[in-house]
Design a protein around this ligand. Structure first.
Ligand SMILES: [Ca+2]
Ligand SMILES: [Ca+2]
Ligand SMILES: [Ca+2]
Length: 446
């Protein structure tokens, strides 16, 4: 009752019931509302009672607060009908919900769920692109607030495409770090993130590279790319790091082997944990049968350092040098003169043949001329009587071969004596007998 104002008293004075007038006279003077409004009194009388109530009508010149709660950002991915949620308040006159207007691209949105301080609506189906959201709301005093927001709808359900450039899927690698490279494409050119084996990569054009450390054995290389709509694509390849070079098992020859043969047999096998690319001996490729090899390798006289190189499929190599010494025993034969031949001169021309890798031939200390397996030495001096002719051949490795004959120097002519017929004798026979003798130091010359 204390809140009843003087205006009420003035209004009550016109009423016919004096008792009510007294009761109402107890009220205080009309006062301005502490919220700046003005009180309006209405009254009625029923059956001797007085009912009195008031309605607060504030002085409200401020528009309501209006907040766009959803969407929280103007860029919307893969949601053609985004929710539109508003929050609003008006502490003075209150919000006039009937005034709420929501339009997208001038199309009115209806069917919103309303409460005292919020509205939740669903936008109509929107295409990709920019859309104008317009909201207006009035309070009960007619103060209107407007909210204009531009929305961008991006409808993209296609994840980025990843095309590996290097290494090739299934590669066998020999280095513990590989440069991975891939092309990443998205229809909108809107790749937002790329990760290669977990490393964040900022998209830089369409080519993405990263150095990836490898472990021995199989390694997975993977790329994940995300477009700005959140579509994720992943691509993985497998590469193998091969840290172990191939192994050569040589059954023969033994290192340092000696042989007289012009070739040496190389026999053994090559193996590797990830496959053998090949074997080369002295730079020439060797045929392998399930890793086994068996071949003859030519030798030169002396020590042969024969190189073997094996390479695995990853490019790792192992290299050996096997020393094999060829020791040739030459054969030197004097063919002229013959053994025991009588020579009627003080020198003799000696010739002969040889085989093997003879580096030089000397006859009685005189160097011979070698030509295609033959040798000659002219004018080898002969002693009186028997002279030994010794041809000695030497190989580069120091092996020797000799041939020896003996010739007889014979400077005397044979002596011829005839005893019959006597010199000057005559005969009538058709034949005659001659008797005589020949004498020489060598019976073979007669
Ligand atoms: Ca207001
Ligand atoms: Ca996409
Ligand atoms: Ca290997």
């Amino acid at each position: 009752m204390t809140a009843i104002s003087g205006a009420i008293l003035r209004r009550a004075a016109s009423l016919s019931l004096g008792t009510m007038l007294v009761a109402l006279a107890m009220s205080g003077p009309l006062a301005a509302d502490d919220r700046g409004g003005e009180r309006i009194f209405t009254d009625s009388f029923e059956l001797g009672h007085v009912s009195a109530w008031s309605r607060f009508q504030p002085q409200d010149s401020a528009a309501s607060t209006l907040d766009l709660i959803e969407p929280q950002q103007s860029l919307i991915f893969n949601d053609p009908t985004p929710a539109i949620v508003l929050g609003f308040r008006d502490p003075l006159s209150g919000v006039d919900l009937s005034s709420l207007s929501i339009q997208v691209d001038d199309q009115v949105i209806s069917g919103c769920r309303l409460s005292a301080h919020s509205a939740a609506c669903e936008a109509p189906a929107l295409d990709s692109g920019f859309h104008a959201l317009q909201i207006s709301l009035a309070d009960r005093q007619g103060n209107t607030v407007e909210l204009n927001q531009q929305l961008e709808i991006v409808l993209d359900t296609v994840p980025p495409q990843i095309v590996w450039q290097s290494p090739i899927d299934g590669s066998l690698l020999a280095t513990p770090q590989v440069s991975a490279e891939a092309l990443v494409n998205d229809a909108d050119d809107q790749v937002s993130a790329i990760r290669i084996n977990g490393s964040g990569q900022v998209p830089d054009g369409k080519t993405v590279t990263a150095n990836v450390a490898l472990q021995a054995g199989a390694n997975e290389l993977w790329i994940e790319a995300v477009d700005r709509a959140g579509n994720l694509s992943r691509s993985a390849i497998e590469v193998t790091l091969d840290l172990i070079p191939p192994t050569i098992a040589l059954l023969e020859p033994s290192p340092g082997a000696l042989t007289q043969r012009p070739t040496v047999r190389f026999r053994g096998s090559v193996s590797d944990d990830h496959g053998v690319e090949g074997l080369w001996i002295e730079g020439s490729p060797v045929a392998l049968m399930d890793g086994d090899f068996d071949l003859e390798v030519p030798l030169v006289e002396g020590v042969n350092d024969i190189s073997l190189l094996a390479r695995d499929s990853a490019g790792r190599e192992v290299q050996w040098t096997v020393a094999v010494e060829r020791v040739t025993v030459p054969e030197v034969v004097i063919t002229s003169p013959v053994d025991r031949q009588r020579i009627s001169t003080t020198t003799v021309d000696v010739s002969g043949a040889f085989n093997g890798s003879v580096a030089g031939i000397w006859v009685n200390g005189i160097p011979a001329t070698l030509d295609a397996g033959t040798f000659t030495v002219d004018n080898v001096p002969l002693d009186g009587g028997a002279t030994a002719l010794i041809a000695a051949g030497f190989t580069a490795g120091g092996s020797t071969s000799t041939d020896k004959i003996t010739v007889l120097r014979d400077l005397e002519s044979p002596i011829l004596g005839v005893s019959e017929p006597l010199p000057g004798s005559e005969t009538f026979a058709a034949t005659t007998t001659v008797i005589g003798a020949v004498r020489d130091c060598s019976p073979r010359t007669v």
